[in-house]
Write a protein of this length. Structure first.
Length: 353
């Protein structure tokens, strides 16, 4: 009896085997672009030989999204590196950026990393454009004389035109200070306001999506004063608007950088420091590369954008009180932006020790 049942089951046609490869590749491409974590993609690879083969099709790899490429430091290996290289070979712009950042900062392969980021930047990848601008502003991977402020501003302006919030903020500060570009205070302030507005819109969209998943349907008309999120800590710069909304999501590669150096794999600690903004993860590539807070001198930042975010989020509670600093400096306000934010100054200009 059991033998007869087995024969009956085996005689049934396998519908999965009947699906054409082209259709499965299209489905897998969609899955790779919307995967919420690398494990979602890995589960496809280990399902069966056919799916393993098709999941590594160039079209599928070219569509892999940031979360599918979000490799954890604890999972970093030659196979993870090889997978990112396969995605790069398939023409995945996001993979070019992710692997470029890892090679430049973590593996200290500066030329290869910068080249991969440039490959992504050519395809108008705004995070890659912004990262390259930070490298140019700091002269990362070289000496202080390798800084190229004009190139940094140009790359930052391109990223800002694509809507990158940190680039908008950085460019606004450059214009306000005349850093690498002709000073234009009014235009600089306009860009800072635009950065805040974009951050607000992004945070509201994220909050509404969160409520939607909880089967909450918001009213058609609402005002900013009614927007709140009691469980969140609040987005760092949106206190200017009187709102309390969820923190912006950090890009997976910034999380990777932070975890990499905090785990002791990098050279941070040997005279080199991480950017003090928790959401950045960029390390110095030479001693005193980053600029430090001009008030307390205890924190350092790779950019003015990171300083602005960290000031609102954390540092304003830890820095020397601004009133005391103004008293000691005769009423000066070096680098003050947005109501009392401390400035940052070149650490390399001062004697070490």
């Amino acid at each position: 009896m059991m033998q007869r049942k087995k024969q009956r089951i085996s005689s049934k046609p396998d519908l999965f085997d009947g699906l054409p490869d082209d259709l499965l590749v299209c489905i897998l491409a969609k899955l790779s672009s919307s995967a919420s974590s690398p494990s979602d993609f890995i589960s496809i690879l280990i399902t069966c030989k056919r799916l393993n083969r098709l999941a590594l099709h160039p079209l599928v790899l070219s569509r892999a999204g940031p979360k599918a490429l979000a490799v954890k430091v604890t999972s970093w290996s030659d196979s993870a590196h090889r997978f990112l290289k396969q995605c790069v070979s398939a023409g995945n712009t996001e993979a070019c950026y992710v692997l470029g950042m890892i090679r430049f900062y973590c593996l200290q392969s500066r030329g290869s990393g910068a080249s991969l980021m440039a490959k992504a930047a050519v395809k108008s990848h705004s995070p890659a454009l912004y990262s390259l601008s930070v490298i140019q502003f700091n002269g990362s991977g070289g000496s202080k004389s390798d800084k190229n402020l004009r190139a940094g501003v140009a790359l930052c302006a391109r990223a800002a035109s694509l809507g990158h919030i940190d680039a908008l903020r950085e460019l606004g500060h450059c214009l306000q200070d005349g850093y690498g570009v002709a000073q234009n205070v009014a235009e600089g302030r306009r860009l800072l306001i635009q950065a805040n507005a974009r951050e607000l819109a992004l945070s509201l969209r994220s909050m509404l999506t969160c409520h939607h998943h909880r089967f909450f349907h918001p009213p058609r008309q609402y005002s900013q004063q009614y927007v709140s999120c009691p469980t969140g800590t609040g987005c760092p710069l949106l206190s200017d608007f009187g709102c309390n909304v969820p923190d912006p999501e950090v890009h997976p590669v910034n999380v990777f950088l932070k975890e990499w150096f905090e785990s002791g794999r990098g050279v941070v600690g040997q005279g080199l420091r991480l950017c003090s903004h928790n959401g950045c993860g960029r390390p110095e590539t030479r001693p005193h590369e980053f600029r430090r807070c001009s008030v307390c001198g205890t924190v350092n930042y790779c950019s003015r954008a990171c300083q602005a975010l960290d000031w609102k989020l954390r540092h304003k509670m830890e820095c020397v009180p601004i009133e005391r600093w103004v008293e000691e400096n005769g009423g000066g306000n070096d680098g003050d932006v947005g109501g009392g934010m401390a400035g940052i100054e070149e650490a390399e200009n001062e004697a070490v020790g």
